[in-house]
Design a protein around this ligand. Structure first.
Ligand SMILES: Nc1ncnc2c1ncn2[C@@H]1O[C@H](COP(=O)(O)OP(=O)(O)OP(=O)(O)O)[C@@H](O)[C@H]1O
Ligand SMILES: [Mg+2]
Length: 272
């Protein structure tokens, strides 16, 4: 893992700009994610975090700048081509098939990865290899006992866990997670933090999150986005000490204050 951490980054974004009319949603963003690293992206509401994620995925095209996956320029590649290169994502708002069970959602994701067309070869629920692989992913996120429950009947935190299983079933190397803790209570957040920690080292993760306890507990590095600009990238300790970061947050996002106030990472870890 140490070798991977010092090699070429899995993801490199340079000079990325995207405007919506007069709003510069991303304004010269530079960021990289190394293999096995959790790189957190924080910033006030409207800073451009989700817009950055959707450009990295290929859902939105940048006005200028470049995106490299494993050194390959994918700036103009379609989203499905990036997924094939190992890019996986979760959304700020849950996007699952609500009428399907947890297991069926993951089975669909495995089928997508395998490029198997829906409805061609009989009922996928009876394909043992597909189902076994989907069950492995459900176990990974701690949802084995809920596999037959329809998504609509899952608790909010379970839906976010399931989203992760759906993303993992695509066998990504790089995961883009847009607020996986959004809408969670303290217990659900702590459980998601444990899950993400257990994944550390196996995937590169770009983690957008407002839950600062989680960010400071998980991140190897943190980038701070303000008005579409990456104003700083550093270790959690460096971010805590940075005057511009403190100013940006103390003015605009009080959620960061307790995490910034902690003088050692241990004090923040103690909350999770
Ligand atoms: N499709 C769009 N059309 C017009 N403006 C947009 C669009 N998407 C985003 N914006 C604007 O771009 C800016 C960045 O939005 P974005 O959703 O990326 O912020 P964010 O950092 O993800 O915020 P939050 O923390 O609230 O999720 C905002 O001013 C937003 O209103
Ligand atoms: Mg967002």
């Amino acid at each position: 893992m140490a070798e991977q951490l010092h090699g070429q980054p899995l993801l490199r974004v340079t000079g990325l700009r995207k405007a919506f009319g007069a709003v510069q949603a991303t304004n010269n963003v530079n960021i990289d994610v190394r293999a096995g690293e959790i790189h957190a992206l924080i910033g006030p509401n409207g800073a451009g975090k989700s817009t950055l994620i959707s450009q990295i995925c290929g859902e939105q095209m940048p006005d200028s700048g470049s995106i490299f996956l494993d050194g390959r320029d994918v700036t103009s590649s379609a989203a499905f081509a990036r997924a094939r290169l190992g890019l996986g994502r979760s959304f700020q708002i849950t996007e699952l098939c609500a009428d399907f069970t947890a297991l069926e959602n993951v089975v669909l994701s495995v089928m997508l990865r395998k490029g198997r067309p829906f409805g061609c070869w009989g009922n996928p629920r009876h394909d043992e290899a597909l189902v076994a692989e989907a069950r492995t992913q459900l176990a990974h996120v701690g949802l084995s006992s809920r596999e037959q429950v329809a998504v609509a009947d899952l608790a909010h935190g379970e839906k976010r866990q399931l989203e992760l299983a759906v993303a993992l079933a695509r066998r990504p190397r790089l995961l883009l997670l847009d607020e996986p803790m959004a809408g969670m209570g303290a217990e659900e957040s702590a459980s998601m933090t444990r899950l993400l920690r257990s994944m550390k080292g196996y995937y590169g993760i770009l983690l957008v999150e407002h839950d600062m306890d989680a960010v400071f507990a998980l991140a190897d590095r943190i980038s701070v986005l303000v008005y579409g600009r990456t104003i700083f990238t550093g270790t959690p300790d460096e971010v805590r000490r940075h005057p511009e970061v403190r100013a940006a947050y103390l003015g605009e996002d009080h959620a960061l204050q307790p995490a910034l106030a902690a003088t050692t990472p241990g004090e923040v870890h103690a909350h999770t």
